[in-house]
Design a protein around this ligand. Structure first.
Ligand code: PHE
Length: 531
């Protein structure tokens, strides 16, 4: 661990971490779910989720990463000194739940649950570290397929071949693309190569060096597209649609989406921030870093909406079309830009999105790479080669089956046999997205809170957190601060006994976050919890 690489400083770390956070989640998902869920009203709920759940979980992840200097699996293993009671309790729950499922005739899910329980019994919390690492590689395998579409669109736009006069013809062309597995696969592999290439230099000379150039460029491109977009005649209704709060459109489902989106957008629950945190130095401030990552990630999401909606409205299109916004409505929108400059703006937009997606892909890959380096002591190049090849091969299942199962019928039959035909979704691609985003991210987030709050203990975690933090900030008494009493002499004796930033964080991760995430998780998987 002594010769582990480190980030060169705060700026490099923050750029790399927002590189992992800003991606398709911000530019593609956030604008359309905001549009569907009451505009500014959704943005407010989202920001509350980020503050109450996202940032506390991010702090946990960076903290255990920096403490141990290891990947998620290694970090859990090192910090769980004795097999914890909570770990055994979870294992028992999984085994009993699995047996009940088998009893009820649900053999596939039951068996998976029992096996998971036995693994947790054997490995303790480290089992969840493994789940996170392989979950992240699985996310990469389909994320890179979407990344490939984006690269494809960027090339087509710059070469003037993304010219559709209306949404219907753009939609038809997109449909054709998703039905051409070899073209999808070609760009998918290209995307993977871009991610792998960025890693070759390592943490400081690869990820950090590239992020320091690419992230400012991403913000620059985003702002350039916004300026063009809001100066188009008739763009104002787009700004209003995106940001004007309409609380009547906000439903319980929308609130759940805000929570899921907050984890997805900040790349939490998958061990990624543990890995990035493991390259931090003790004199870096975790509170400050997570604050900046949160601000910049949220800013990027809001800016993406401001780049997209004004242009869509100005060109007279209807944005309410959900996920097809980027691949169907936007190409048609750019095509109508005045002066025939649409190819340029479209190209710049997709370049910006390519940057966001590649820097997220790199983080997902590095998560696996650091696991092999730390646990099996493999060299960096060997770890990169194995992760790259493994993910690329596995990802063909997604790239060949974006629209349906036509090219991989055997996999469909197998999954149908194991879990029941009614649980086979529209494609392998959909299945992975649902499995990782709706199941693995919330489980990962909840587990890390329980682990840091109760197993490693909040007390020890707080000690680590104070390292590198500016002297007073974590322990400043928030009540005294708000009341303006900080200068009072008595404050010196009471500052550790009250609501401080660090005690607020500890309370959230011990009680609030695990309970709330568990409820959301139940709801997301279809259990009726009364709202
Ligand atoms: N945060 C990334 C995005 O917004 C996606 C991501 C999700 C990356 C989960 C890693 C883990 O696009």
């Amino acid at each position: 661990m002594e010769n582990r690489e480190t980030w060169s400083g705060n700026f490099g770390f923050i750029m790399a971490t927002i590189g992992s956070a800003i991606g398709l989640g911000n530019v593609w998902k956030f604008p359309y779910i905001t549009g569907m869920n009451g505009g500014g009203a959704f943005v407010i709920v989202y920001i509350v989720c980020v503050l109450l759940l996202g940032v506390p979980v991010m702090i946990c992840e960076m903290n255990i990463g920096r403490k141990t200097g290891l990947n998620a699996y290694g970090a859990y293993k090192r910090l769980e000194l004795r097999r914890s009671r909570i770990g055994r309790f979870i294992a028992a729950g999984l085994i009993l739940g699995g047996l009940c499922l088998i009893g009820a005739g649900s053999y596939g899910f039951g068996t998976v649950s029992v096996i998971a329980g036995l693994i947790v019994l054997k490995l303790g919390f480290a089992a969840f570290g493994l789940l996170a690492i392989f979950g992240a590689l699985a996310i990469l395998s389909y994320y890179a397929v979407v990344g490939g579409w984006i690269v494809d669109y960027m090339f087509r736009s710059f070469s003037g071949n993304l010219n559709y006069s209306d949404v219907a013809s753009a939609g038809e062309a997109f449909g054709k693309l998703t039905e051409s597995p070899w073209r999808v696969s070609l760009f998918y592999v290209l995307f993977m190569v871009l991610c792998g290439a960025m890693l070759v230099g390592g943490v400081r000379n690869g990820i950090e060096k590239w992020s320091k150039i690419l992230m400012p460029l991403l913000f620059f491109l985003l702002i350039a597209v916004i300026v063009r977009s809001v100066t188009l005649p008739g763009s104002w209704p787009g700004v209003k649609f995106f940001l004007e709060p309409d609380f009547s459109k906000l439903t319980a489902g929308g609130i759940l989406m805000a929570l899921g989106q907050c984890f997805y957008s900040l790349s939490l629950g998958m061990g990624i921030t543990v890995t990035y945190g493991s390259y931090m130095r003790k004199n870096q401030d975790i509170f400050a870093a997570s604050f900046w990552v949160m601000v910049l990630d949220t800013l990027a999401a809001v800016l993406a909406g401001l780049a997209i909606f004004p242009a869509v409205f100005a060109m007279g299109f209807n944005p309410g079309d959900g996920p097809s916004l980027i691949f169907k409505i936007l190409p048609a929108t750019f095509n109508h830009f005045p002066g025939g400059t649409g190819w340029l703006w479209g190209g710049l937009f997709f370049l910006m999105l390519t940057i966001g997606a590649v820097t997220s892909g790199v983080a997902l890959l590095q998560n696996g790479v650091s696991f092999f380096q730390d646990q099996l002591k493999w060299s960096r190049m060997r770890s990169i080669a194995v992760c790259f090849c493994g993910v690329t091969l596995f990802g063909f299942l997604s790239s060949l089956s974006v629209a349906n199962w036509k090219h991989i019928p055997a996999v469909k039959t197998l999954i149908g046999k194991m879990f029941g035909a009614e649980h086979v979704p529209g494609s392998f691609f959909d299945m992975l997205d649902n499995l990782t985003s709706n199941w693995m991210l919330p489980i990962g987030g909840m587990v890390i809170c329980l682990f840091v709050g109760w197993v490693w203990t909040a007390r020890k975690a707080a000690r680590e957190l104070r390292l590198g933090a500016s002297k007073s900030s974590p322990d400043v008494n928030l009540i005294s601060l708000l009341a303006g009493f900080l200068g009072e002499p008595m404050y010196k004796t009471t500052r550790d006994h009250g609501l401080t930033l660090i005690s607020l964080w500890a309370i959230i991760i011990r009680f609030f976050a695990p309970v709330v995430i568990f409820l959301i998780f139940l709801r997301a998987v279809g259990v009726n919890i009364g709202f």
